[in-house]
Design a protein around this ligand. Sequence first.
Ligand code: ATR
Length: 292
Amino acid sequence: MTSNNQIKDRMKTGLQTYCIIGNPISHSLSPVMQNTAFKELGLNCNYFAFRVSHEDLKSCIDSFRSLNISGFNVTIPHKVSIIKYLDYLDESASKAAAVNTVKNINGKLWGYNTDIYGFMFPLRKRNFDFTKKNILIIGAGGSSRAIITGLSEEKDRISKIFIVNRTISKAMELTDFALKNGLNCEFHSLDEIKNYSLISHLIVNTTSMGMNNEESLLDSKSINKNSIVFDIVYNPIYTNLIQNAKHAQSTIIFGYEMLLFQGVKAFQIWTGLKAPVEAMKKSLLGIFGEPK
Ligand code: ATR
């Protein structure tokens, strides 16, 4: 068995390059988080961000192969379209049919989905009991597929999943995906959201609403005190939904936690090492620490 020190020594010998591709990408906090992790463990690795358009995705992956890149993250809008350019998918990526992490193993590109872990770990950490719980998912984009895949681990316990989305056809598609994964699920239009928020024990915002300080569709009166509100938007930290959930005195899970734990898992996949979670967290939250 290879020890941590042996792995570290191997990674120190030659420079290894990692990156994230997406469009837009300038807002990404992954470079600061992953470079902090590499530095913390003294690894000779670098992590960059590249804006890659849909049209350039194939040539970008061809270049990565020529350069023998060690690994990369994939974000909006490439999490699904990347699949056709990879050699293999691990179980997480096949289940979600979406990839956010790629590792180069002996010249072959392997796809993984660490968003599933990024979403589930903050709930597991809080010992959230899924038994007989209703869950409201707002949004039906790429992130919600990973979230549904994660929730399917608890399909025998969860009572019902309600999906609401602006584009109803996408809500239908995601519901179909959830049903195929053994979840009891139904979809509704976005304007019906309040009919389901008060009867949900967990509310997850998977849309980009909140990134530009937009008002949330849920005011504090539409959120149950005993529920958990998980907003996957991480910038700003205090979205309007989070503020309303706070006002309703419900439990909050900030978006940075999903970002952090998907990154922790990606780091572990790439390096085989235990990720320096506290240093990575500090790189995201700065000197102010945990938001209250
Ligand atoms: P991601 O990969 O992060 O999930 P995505 O696949 O582009 O990104 O999905 C974005 C989600 O945010 C979708 O559910 C989208 O709704 P539509 O399916 O109707 O496009 C939702 N969304 C984005 N902006 C929105 C807005 N202003 N109002 C309501 N929903 C919005």
